[in-house]
Design a protein around this ligand. Structure first.
Ligand code: TYM
Length: 333
């Protein structure tokens, strides 16, 4: 039998997940679970690059785990673990740091955006974020990384570092490929459709959280900013309608063309309500299941324990190889 390729991805537990995270990432993760060896992480170390309330970070970590499972990521079928539970992530980051240049990190779009947004806390971690992400990926001999478009640039760094290390010290890392879904890879804000939908948006009407109830979801879609031309078609000068069409397409599995056809001749009001209803139907059961799982902390701790053990076995092997190649003396046991 052909060996399955390894797939790795992660989400930061920096608040409640948005519809963008779901459609851009998790939805694809679930569909790939049978075809790949899947490793899904909760990137808690990454969240520390912006200020967090410690108790909230802990709560968000459990919530994200419950949400992963509620979204169909069965911990028996994949490795599901918390990044900080596997020290090899921080350790490989150090080695990779010694071969990464500040200029490479300073030009990252996310670093520039977050530096402006958190001007009072432009820390080394914020700049080093893509190197930790590269370590996450490279530790597992990952070949495929399903992410939204916003993470593509970070994946380039991971690829560059893999190649750089291999060239300097001989073949060690696989060079990972991004997997970016055809629909839903960039869900935009409902209030400013030229901006990415983000959970850190100050305006709660701009994003759909997976914790929003039915009324809130429908209300937010009704208030979604569009244009006034009245035609339900995807076009560059119609970012609001285009965004709603791609949300509808990503949720229902229909193409944009099919969605356009379905709403031909309808008004914006009806269209927005239909998208809202469809999204509410999707999120309702996930939210209920997440709340049910979240009540069982013992179960989640068990998932974390066995996930970390499984992840560590792979990660430590890679790290040992890396340490040996760069010339560190092996620790005696
Ligand atoms: P994060 O937590 O910002 O987002 C998690 C995933 O959701 C995708 N995403 C979106 N997709 C479509 N439309 C949107 N509006 C939208 N917003 C977010 C992101 O592209 C991402 O796939 N650095 C990563 C987490 C991470 C990681 C990794 C990912 C840490 N280590 C290793 C892959 C591999 C992040 O901050 O994602």
């Amino acid at each position: 039998m052909e060996e399955k390729k390894t797939l790795f991805s992660a989400v930061q537990p920096s608040g409640v997940m948005t519809l963008g995270n779901y459609l851009g990432a998790i939805k694809n993760w679930k569909s790939m679970i049978d075809d790949y060896d899947c490793i899904y992480s909760i990137a808690d170390l990454h969240t520390l690059t912006v200020k967090q309330v410690p108790a909230d970070l802990r709560a968000h970590t459990y919530e994200l785990a419950a949400l992963y499972i509620a979204c169909g990521l069965d911990p028996e079928k994949c490795v599901l673990f918390v990044q900080s539970h596997v020290p090899a992530h921080a350790e490989l980051t150090w080695i990779l740091n010694t071969m990464t240049y500040p200029g490479e990190l300073q030009r990252m779009t996310q670093f520039k955006d977050k530096s402006l947004k958190h001007a009072d806390n432009v820390n080394m971690g914020l700049m080093d974020y893509p190197v930790l992400m590269a370590a996450d990926i490279l530790l597992y001999n990952t070949e495929v990384v399903p992410v939204g478009i916003d993470q593509k640039q970070h994946l380039e760094i991971a690829r560059d570092l893999a190649v750089r290390f291999n060239n300097r010290y001989s073949e060690t890392f696989k060079v990972p490929e991004p997997y970016i879904g055809k629909v839903g890879a960039k869900i935009m804000s409902l209030q400013d459709p030229t901006k990415k939908m983000s959970k850190s948006d100050e305006n709660a009407n701009a994003f759909i959280s997976l914790d929003d109830d039915r009324d809130a979801i429908i209300r937010k879609f009704r208030r979604a900013v569009t244009d006034s031309d009245g035609r339900i078609i995807a076009a560059e000068d119609k970012p609001g309608i285009t965004n709603l069409l791609s949300i509808y397409g990503a949720v229902t599995g229909k193409t944009i063309a099919e969605a356009e056809k379905e709403f031909e001749g309808k008004g914006y009001g009806d269209f927005k309500s239909a998208v809202g209803e469809t999204v509410a139907d999707l999120i309702g059961p996930i939210r209920e299941e997440k709340d049910r799982i979240l009540k069982d902390k013992e179960f989640l701790d068990g998932v974390f324990r066995s996930g970390a053990e499984k992840a560590e076995r792979i990660a430590n092997k890679t790290l040992a190889k890396v340490y040996r190649k760069v010339g560190l003396v092996q620790r005696m046991r």
